[in-house]
Design a protein around this ligand. Structure first.
Ligand SMILES: *Cc1c(COP(=O)(O)O)cnc(C)c1O
Length: 385
Protein backbone atom coordinates (compact mmCIF):
# COMPACT_ATOMS: atom_id res chain seq x y z
CA UNK A 1 0.00 0.00 0.00
CA UNK A 2 1.43 3.42 -0.95
CA UNK A 3 0.00 6.64 0.44
CA UNK A 4 -0.13 9.77 -1.68
CA UNK A 5 2.77 12.21 -1.78
CA UNK A 6 0.54 14.93 -0.35
CA UNK A 7 0.40 13.10 2.97
CA UNK A 8 4.21 13.09 3.13
CA UNK A 9 4.23 16.80 2.31
CA UNK A 10 2.19 17.80 5.36
CA UNK A 11 4.40 19.54 7.93
CA UNK A 12 5.36 17.49 10.99
CA UNK A 13 2.74 17.81 13.68
CA UNK A 14 4.48 20.03 16.22
CA UNK A 15 2.37 18.83 19.08
CA UNK A 16 3.39 15.21 18.45
CA UNK A 17 6.51 15.42 20.60
CA UNK A 18 4.65 17.35 23.31
CA UNK A 19 1.82 14.81 23.26
CA UNK A 20 4.30 11.96 23.68
CA UNK A 21 5.91 13.64 26.69
CA UNK A 22 2.51 14.46 28.16
CA UNK A 23 1.34 10.86 27.88
CA UNK A 24 4.56 9.57 29.44
CA UNK A 25 4.07 11.94 32.39
CA UNK A 26 0.42 11.04 32.80
CA UNK A 27 1.35 7.34 32.79
CA UNK A 28 3.54 8.11 35.81
CA UNK A 29 0.58 9.73 37.54
CA UNK A 30 1.86 13.31 37.07
CA UNK A 31 -0.83 16.02 36.88
CA UNK A 32 -0.29 17.86 33.58
CA UNK A 33 -2.18 21.14 32.97
CA UNK A 34 -2.87 21.84 29.30
CA UNK A 35 -3.08 25.44 28.12
CA UNK A 36 -2.38 24.18 24.62
CA UNK A 37 -5.64 23.80 22.79
CA UNK A 38 -8.42 26.34 22.37
CA UNK A 39 -11.60 24.45 23.14
CA UNK A 40 -14.23 26.04 25.41
CA UNK A 41 -14.32 24.23 28.76
CA UNK A 42 -17.79 25.34 29.81
CA UNK A 43 -20.92 23.64 28.40
CA UNK A 44 -23.12 24.71 25.49
CA UNK A 45 -25.83 27.06 26.87
CA UNK A 46 -28.92 25.24 28.17
CA UNK A 47 -31.44 26.82 25.77
CA UNK A 48 -29.40 25.58 22.80
CA UNK A 49 -29.20 22.05 24.23
CA UNK A 50 -32.97 22.18 24.81
CA UNK A 51 -33.55 23.20 21.17
CA UNK A 52 -31.45 20.21 20.08
CA UNK A 53 -33.37 17.81 22.33
CA UNK A 54 -36.58 18.94 20.65
CA UNK A 55 -35.13 18.95 17.12
CA UNK A 56 -33.75 15.44 17.38
CA UNK A 57 -37.30 14.12 17.97
CA UNK A 58 -38.51 15.57 14.67
CA UNK A 59 -38.42 12.69 12.14
CA UNK A 60 -38.04 15.17 9.24
CA UNK A 61 -34.62 15.96 10.67
CA UNK A 62 -33.55 12.32 10.38
CA UNK A 63 -33.22 12.40 6.58
CA UNK A 64 -30.37 13.76 4.46
CA UNK A 65 -29.93 17.46 5.10
CA UNK A 66 -29.91 20.09 2.35
CA UNK A 67 -26.42 20.39 0.80
CA UNK A 68 -26.46 24.14 1.22
CA UNK A 69 -28.12 24.29 4.62
CA UNK A 70 -31.84 24.26 5.49
CA UNK A 71 -33.64 27.33 4.20
CA UNK A 72 -34.54 28.25 7.81
CA UNK A 73 -30.87 27.99 8.85
CA UNK A 74 -29.67 30.18 5.96
CA UNK A 75 -32.43 32.68 6.84
CA UNK A 76 -31.28 32.68 10.48
CA UNK A 77 -27.62 33.20 9.48
CA UNK A 78 -28.63 36.08 7.24
CA UNK A 79 -30.78 37.58 10.01
CA UNK A 80 -27.89 37.24 12.49
CA UNK A 81 -25.59 39.13 10.10
CA UNK A 82 -28.21 41.89 9.98
CA UNK A 83 -28.76 41.96 13.76
CA UNK A 84 -25.10 41.80 14.70
CA UNK A 85 -23.36 43.84 11.97
CA UNK A 86 -26.12 45.49 9.94
CA UNK A 87 -24.77 43.54 6.94
CA UNK A 88 -27.17 42.30 4.27
CA UNK A 89 -26.53 38.86 2.76
CA UNK A 90 -28.97 37.00 0.57
CA UNK A 91 -29.88 33.76 2.37
CA UNK A 92 -30.23 31.88 -0.93
CA UNK A 93 -27.22 33.01 -2.96
CA UNK A 94 -24.80 34.49 -0.43
CA UNK A 95 -25.10 32.08 2.51
CA UNK A 96 -23.93 28.48 2.92
CA UNK A 97 -24.03 26.11 5.91
CA UNK A 98 -20.68 24.64 6.93
CA UNK A 99 -19.81 21.55 8.97
CA UNK A 100 -17.68 23.84 11.13
CA UNK A 101 -15.57 26.55 9.55
CA UNK A 102 -12.58 24.18 9.30
CA UNK A 103 -14.51 22.29 6.65
CA UNK A 104 -15.01 25.47 4.61
CA UNK A 105 -11.35 26.43 4.94
CA UNK A 106 -10.19 23.03 3.67
CA UNK A 107 -12.72 22.85 0.82
CA UNK A 108 -12.38 26.38 -0.56
CA UNK A 109 -9.02 25.30 -2.03
CA UNK A 110 -10.78 22.77 -4.25
CA UNK A 111 -13.06 25.52 -5.52
CA UNK A 112 -10.36 28.08 -6.32
CA UNK A 113 -6.81 26.75 -6.37
CA UNK A 114 -5.41 24.60 -9.17
CA UNK A 115 -2.17 22.67 -8.64
CA UNK A 116 0.84 25.00 -8.44
CA UNK A 117 -1.22 28.11 -7.67
CA UNK A 118 -0.62 30.20 -4.56
CA UNK A 119 -2.63 31.13 -1.51
CA UNK A 120 -1.50 34.08 0.63
CA UNK A 121 -1.57 32.91 4.23
CA UNK A 122 -0.93 34.84 7.48
CA UNK A 123 2.65 34.32 8.72
CA UNK A 124 1.12 32.64 11.72
CA UNK A 125 -2.43 31.42 11.70
CA UNK A 126 -4.86 28.54 11.80
CA UNK A 127 -2.85 25.60 10.38
CA UNK A 128 -5.46 24.53 7.79
CA UNK A 129 -4.83 27.72 5.74
CA UNK A 130 -1.51 26.07 4.88
CA UNK A 131 -2.28 22.34 5.02
CA UNK A 132 -5.46 22.79 2.97
CA UNK A 133 -3.19 24.07 0.21
CA UNK A 134 -0.84 21.10 0.45
CA UNK A 135 -3.74 18.64 0.29
CA UNK A 136 -5.04 20.23 -2.90
CA UNK A 137 -1.67 20.65 -4.67
CA UNK A 138 -1.47 24.40 -4.07
CA UNK A 139 1.39 26.51 -2.75
CA UNK A 140 1.53 28.76 0.30
CA UNK A 141 3.05 32.22 0.54
CA UNK A 142 3.31 33.25 4.21
CA UNK A 143 2.66 36.96 4.68
CA UNK A 144 4.99 38.37 7.36
CA UNK A 145 3.41 39.27 10.70
CA UNK A 146 5.32 40.81 13.59
CA UNK A 147 5.14 43.23 16.47
CA UNK A 148 6.09 46.16 14.20
CA UNK A 149 3.17 45.60 11.83
CA UNK A 150 0.87 44.85 14.81
CA UNK A 151 0.46 41.29 13.50
CA UNK A 152 -1.47 42.61 10.50
CA UNK A 153 -0.34 40.22 7.74
CA UNK A 154 1.76 42.14 5.21
CA UNK A 155 0.26 41.29 1.81
CA UNK A 156 1.93 44.27 0.10
CA UNK A 157 5.38 42.65 0.28
CA UNK A 158 4.24 39.62 -1.74
CA UNK A 159 6.65 39.06 -4.67
CA UNK A 160 5.26 39.69 -8.16
CA UNK A 161 5.90 36.13 -9.38
CA UNK A 162 3.85 34.77 -6.46
CA UNK A 163 1.06 37.28 -7.07
CA UNK A 164 0.90 36.29 -10.72
CA UNK A 165 -0.07 32.77 -9.62
CA UNK A 166 -2.07 33.66 -6.48
CA UNK A 167 -5.80 32.94 -6.22
CA UNK A 168 -6.79 33.45 -2.58
CA UNK A 169 -5.80 35.24 0.62
CA UNK A 170 -6.77 34.23 4.14
CA UNK A 171 -7.17 36.85 6.86
CA UNK A 172 -8.52 36.39 10.37
CA UNK A 173 -9.12 39.11 12.99
CA UNK A 174 -9.54 38.85 15.97
CA UNK A 175 -6.57 36.62 15.31
CA UNK A 176 -5.65 33.15 16.40
CA UNK A 177 -2.87 32.74 17.61
CA UNK A 178 -1.69 36.35 18.13
CA UNK A 179 -5.06 37.74 19.38
CA UNK A 180 -4.40 40.87 17.27
CA UNK A 181 -7.37 42.90 16.03
CA UNK A 182 -7.54 44.81 12.74
CA UNK A 183 -8.61 48.42 12.09
CA UNK A 184 -11.11 49.07 9.25
CA UNK A 185 -8.39 50.74 7.12
CA UNK A 186 -6.50 47.45 7.01
CA UNK A 187 -9.55 45.64 5.66
CA UNK A 188 -10.05 48.42 3.07
CA UNK A 189 -6.46 48.04 1.88
CA UNK A 190 -6.90 44.28 1.62
CA UNK A 191 -10.04 44.75 -0.51
CA UNK A 192 -8.23 47.12 -2.89
CA UNK A 193 -5.30 44.70 -3.09
CA UNK A 194 -7.59 41.74 -3.84
CA UNK A 195 -9.34 43.71 -6.59
CA UNK A 196 -6.04 44.70 -8.15
CA UNK A 197 -4.67 41.14 -8.15
CA UNK A 198 -7.93 39.26 -8.72
CA UNK A 199 -7.88 37.34 -5.41
CA UNK A 200 -10.62 35.83 -3.29
CA UNK A 201 -10.32 36.91 0.37
CA UNK A 202 -11.53 34.45 2.97
CA UNK A 203 -11.99 36.25 6.27
CA UNK A 204 -12.15 33.72 9.09
CA UNK A 205 -14.16 35.39 11.85
CA UNK A 206 -14.12 32.45 14.30
CA UNK A 207 -13.70 34.84 17.26
CA UNK A 208 -16.18 37.52 16.19
CA UNK A 209 -18.12 37.19 19.46
CA UNK A 210 -15.19 36.99 21.86
CA UNK A 211 -14.27 40.58 22.79
CA UNK A 212 -13.08 42.29 25.98
CA UNK A 213 -13.25 45.76 27.54
CA UNK A 214 -16.27 46.52 25.37
CA UNK A 215 -14.56 45.56 22.10
CA UNK A 216 -16.97 44.09 19.54
CA UNK A 217 -15.28 42.74 16.43
CA UNK A 218 -16.62 43.91 13.06
CA UNK A 219 -17.58 41.82 10.05
CA UNK A 220 -15.24 42.09 7.07
CA UNK A 221 -18.40 42.50 4.98
CA UNK A 222 -19.12 45.86 6.64
CA UNK A 223 -16.40 47.37 4.47
CA UNK A 224 -17.42 48.92 1.11
CA UNK A 225 -16.79 46.57 -1.82
CA UNK A 226 -16.02 43.59 0.44
CA UNK A 227 -18.64 41.42 -1.16
CA UNK A 228 -17.00 41.90 -4.57
CA UNK A 229 -13.95 39.94 -3.42
CA UNK A 230 -14.64 38.20 -0.12
CA UNK A 231 -16.43 35.56 1.80
CA UNK A 232 -16.49 35.44 5.57
CA UNK A 233 -16.69 32.39 7.81
CA UNK A 234 -18.63 32.46 11.10
CA UNK A 235 -18.75 29.60 13.53
CA UNK A 236 -20.93 28.62 16.47
CA UNK A 237 -17.88 26.86 17.97
CA UNK A 238 -16.24 29.58 20.06
CA UNK A 239 -19.16 32.01 20.20
CA UNK A 240 -21.65 29.54 21.67
CA UNK A 241 -19.40 26.79 23.12
CA UNK A 242 -20.39 24.44 20.29
CA UNK A 243 -17.04 23.06 19.08
CA UNK A 244 -18.30 19.47 19.17
CA UNK A 245 -21.49 20.20 17.23
CA UNK A 246 -19.76 21.11 13.95
CA UNK A 247 -21.85 24.00 12.68
CA UNK A 248 -20.85 27.23 10.99
CA UNK A 249 -21.68 29.27 7.88
CA UNK A 250 -20.03 31.13 5.04
CA UNK A 251 -21.44 34.43 3.73
CA UNK A 252 -20.46 36.87 1.03
CA UNK A 253 -19.61 36.84 -2.68
CA UNK A 254 -22.22 34.78 -4.54
CA UNK A 255 -19.79 33.32 -7.11
CA UNK A 256 -17.49 32.08 -4.35
CA UNK A 257 -20.39 30.73 -2.27
CA UNK A 258 -21.70 28.86 -5.30
CA UNK A 259 -18.28 27.37 -6.13
CA UNK A 260 -17.77 26.25 -2.54
CA UNK A 261 -21.28 24.77 -2.50
CA UNK A 262 -20.52 22.85 -5.69
CA UNK A 263 -17.40 21.29 -4.11
CA UNK A 264 -19.30 20.44 -0.94
CA UNK A 265 -22.20 18.83 -2.78
CA UNK A 266 -19.70 16.35 -4.23
CA UNK A 267 -18.05 15.55 -0.90
CA UNK A 268 -20.41 15.83 2.05
CA UNK A 269 -24.14 15.89 2.57
CA UNK A 270 -24.43 18.88 4.85
CA UNK A 271 -24.96 19.51 8.55
CA UNK A 272 -27.36 17.27 10.52
CA UNK A 273 -30.60 19.29 10.31
CA UNK A 274 -31.28 18.96 14.05
CA UNK A 275 -27.90 20.62 14.68
CA UNK A 276 -28.94 23.42 12.32
CA UNK A 277 -32.12 23.88 14.39
CA UNK A 278 -30.01 24.13 17.55
CA UNK A 279 -27.73 26.63 15.79
CA UNK A 280 -30.78 28.74 14.83
CA UNK A 281 -31.56 28.97 18.56
CA UNK A 282 -27.93 29.95 19.21
CA UNK A 283 -28.00 32.68 16.54
CA UNK A 284 -31.46 34.14 17.14
CA UNK A 285 -32.22 33.15 20.77
CA UNK A 286 -31.07 35.05 23.88
CA UNK A 287 -27.48 36.30 23.58
CA UNK A 288 -26.77 36.59 27.35
CA UNK A 289 -24.45 33.59 27.20
CA UNK A 290 -22.06 35.54 24.95
CA UNK A 291 -21.68 38.32 27.53
CA UNK A 292 -21.19 35.76 30.31
CA UNK A 293 -18.56 33.93 28.30
CA UNK A 294 -16.72 37.16 27.58
CA UNK A 295 -16.74 38.14 31.27
CA UNK A 296 -15.25 34.76 32.11
CA UNK A 297 -12.49 34.91 29.47
CA UNK A 298 -11.72 38.52 30.37
CA UNK A 299 -11.25 37.52 34.02
CA UNK A 300 -8.95 34.69 32.96
CA UNK A 301 -7.07 37.00 30.61
CA UNK A 302 -6.44 39.37 33.51
CA UNK A 303 -5.19 36.52 35.72
CA UNK A 304 -2.70 35.45 33.04
CA UNK A 305 -1.54 38.94 31.97
CA UNK A 306 -1.05 39.99 35.58
CA UNK A 307 0.90 36.84 36.47
CA UNK A 308 3.07 36.96 33.33
CA UNK A 309 3.93 40.59 34.07
CA UNK A 310 5.10 39.63 37.56
CA UNK A 311 7.44 36.96 36.21
CA UNK A 312 8.83 39.19 33.47
CA UNK A 313 7.21 37.54 30.44
CA UNK A 314 6.02 40.08 27.86
CA UNK A 315 2.52 39.74 26.42
CA UNK A 316 0.12 42.25 24.90
CA UNK A 317 -3.28 42.46 26.60
CA UNK A 318 -5.74 40.97 24.10
CA UNK A 319 -9.01 42.67 23.12
CA UNK A 320 -10.46 39.37 21.91
CA UNK A 321 -10.05 35.62 21.26
CA UNK A 322 -9.31 33.05 23.95
CA UNK A 323 -5.52 33.32 23.75
CA UNK A 324 -2.62 35.21 25.27
CA UNK A 325 0.35 35.52 22.91
CA UNK A 326 3.47 35.64 25.06
CA UNK A 327 7.10 36.29 24.12
CA UNK A 328 9.50 33.55 25.10
CA UNK A 329 12.37 34.71 27.35
CA UNK A 330 15.77 35.51 25.77
CA UNK A 331 17.77 32.49 24.73
CA UNK A 332 14.91 30.12 23.91
CA UNK A 333 13.10 29.14 20.73
CA UNK A 334 9.33 28.62 20.96
CA UNK A 335 9.74 24.85 20.99
CA UNK A 336 12.55 24.94 23.58
CA UNK A 337 10.53 27.13 25.94
CA UNK A 338 7.37 25.03 25.53
CA UNK A 339 9.43 21.88 26.18
CA UNK A 340 11.07 23.40 29.27
CA UNK A 341 7.69 24.35 30.72
CA UNK A 342 6.32 20.90 30.07
CA UNK A 343 9.33 19.13 31.51
CA UNK A 344 9.80 21.31 34.59
CA UNK A 345 6.32 22.67 35.32
CA UNK A 346 4.09 19.98 33.81
CA UNK A 347 2.23 22.69 31.89
CA UNK A 348 1.51 22.60 28.16
CA UNK A 349 1.58 25.77 26.08
CA UNK A 350 1.50 25.90 22.27
CA UNK A 351 4.81 26.81 20.59
CA UNK A 352 4.22 29.79 18.29
CA UNK A 353 6.06 28.29 15.31
CA UNK A 354 3.36 25.59 15.12
CA UNK A 355 1.22 28.32 13.51
CA UNK A 356 3.75 29.39 10.87
CA UNK A 357 7.14 31.09 10.54
CA UNK A 358 6.02 34.42 12.07
CA UNK A 359 5.13 32.60 15.30
CA UNK A 360 8.74 31.84 16.24
CA UNK A 361 9.69 33.53 19.50
CA UNK A 362 6.23 33.23 21.04
CA UNK A 363 4.01 30.75 22.83
CA UNK A 364 0.23 30.74 22.85
CA UNK A 365 -1.57 30.34 26.16
CA UNK A 366 -5.18 29.26 25.88
CA UNK A 367 -7.79 30.63 28.30
CA UNK A 368 -10.12 27.63 27.93
CA UNK A 369 -9.13 26.22 31.33
CA UNK A 370 -10.87 26.83 34.71
CA UNK A 371 -9.52 29.80 36.72
CA UNK A 372 -7.97 27.74 39.52
CA UNK A 373 -6.07 25.51 37.07
CA UNK A 374 -4.93 28.57 35.15
CA UNK A 375 -3.64 30.15 38.37
CA UNK A 376 -1.86 26.96 39.33
CA UNK A 377 -0.28 26.65 35.87
CA UNK A 378 1.12 30.18 36.06
CA UNK A 379 2.42 29.55 39.58
CA UNK A 380 4.19 26.44 38.33
CA UNK A 381 5.71 28.32 35.36
CA UNK A 382 6.93 30.99 37.78
CA UNK A 383 8.73 28.38 39.87
CA UNK A 384 10.71 27.14 36.86
CA UNK A 385 12.07 30.57 35.95
C1 LIG B 1 -11.37 27.25 16.17
C2 LIG B 1 -11.02 27.87 14.87
C3 LIG B 1 -11.62 27.45 13.69
C4 LIG B 1 -12.45 26.19 13.60
O1 LIG B 1 -13.71 26.40 13.91
P1 LIG B 1 -14.81 25.28 13.63
O2 LIG B 1 -15.97 26.07 13.22
O3 LIG B 1 -14.96 24.56 14.93
O4 LIG B 1 -14.31 24.37 12.54
C5 LIG B 1 -11.38 28.16 12.52
N1 LIG B 1 -10.54 29.20 12.51
C6 LIG B 1 -9.92 29.61 13.62
C7 LIG B 1 -9.00 30.77 13.53
C8 LIG B 1 -10.12 28.95 14.82
O5 LIG B 1 -9.44 29.32 15.90
Amino acid sequence: MRTAQRIAELPPYLFAEIDRKKEAKQAQGIDVISLGIGDPDTPTPEHIVDAMAKAIRNPKNHQYPSYYGAKRYRDAASQWMKNRFDVDVDPDTETLAMIGSKEGIAHVFLAFVDPGEYTLVPGCGYPVYHTGGILSGGKTHFMPMNEENKFLADFESTPADVLAKAKMMFLSYPNNPTSAIAPPEYFDKAIAFAKKHDLLIIHDNAYSEIGFDGYKAPSFLERPGAKDVAIELFSCSKAYNMTGWRVAFAVGNATAIKALGTVKSNIDSGVFTAVQDAAIEALLGPQDSVAELNAMYQRRRDIVIDALGKIGIEAATPKGTIYVWAKVPEGYTSAEFATKILEEANVIVAPGNAYGPSGEGYVRISLSTPDDRLEEAIERIKNTL
